[in-house]
Unconditional design. Sequence first.
Length: 285
Amino acid sequence: MNIAFLNGSYLPLEEARISPLDRGFLFGDGIYEVVPSYGGKMVGFAPHIQRMNDGLDAIGIKFDWSESDWGDLCNQLIKKNGSGNLGIYLHVTRGADSKRFHGFSENITPTVFAFAFEIAPAPVADKTLAKKFKVSSSKDLRWDRCQIKSTSLLGNVLHFQQGQDQGNDETLLFNADNQLTEASSCNAYIVKDSVVITPPLDNQLLPGITRQILLDILRNDGSIKVEERPVSMHEVKNADEVWITSSSKEIGAVVEIDGLPVGNGEVGDIWLAAQTLYSAAKHNY
Ligand code: PDD
């Protein structure tokens, strides 16, 4: 049975109920997080909670749980749902109002919902076992505040589905200047001449925690050069390797974009080196 958390109580997920006037339901007015956990050990817990607090501040939801309150909740969900490979989903909305009104109400209590779901085992650093991602590309049609991990995900959902409808796993997104932003549910990178290059953090992309951890690991190790700078569509098309990262995937090797091979169409050597370093050091975060 999947045990969830809703507004102070643990209960079977299928019994969890919210008001249809919850602003998360009506407006997507909320913030969420997904924290990966393997064998009961979370990866990047503190930065995930920091990003959640940043998001709540950015949209003016006053909610003051401490890091240890969130830690207790996550550990309870792990305990109650078995300690396999879990994504811990955390979600705070502005709360349920008594009417539908766009403006913020002063006197409503935020809704807190959390549950655990199974994720794939962490990738092992082995080219023959690596999942080979195929992606579409598209103009990025989302909003100008993609740094906020908002539950309003329709733009991302439509871009993700665009890739699925073309038989692909994801969609790489490009801004009006044909520069790479990210993918619909992942950050994006190219590798050229053994240098890992990823777009800089700004309003066009989510500050991914996997990205933060990966860049830190690579910089500490020092054997692979890292650059954060704009990446043109031309560079993506001519890259030796392309990667996507997210909490439930770690580093995903992209071998095909719009039906054309990336580099030699195989999982690359720099992916192998980076995933090896990531697998070894991720539990330090
Ligand atoms: N997606 N960019 C977008 C738009 C995302 O939705 C995500 C994560 C990322 C990667 O962030 P992180 O490394 O912190 O997981 C980048 C999550 C997993 C989701 O929505 O399910």
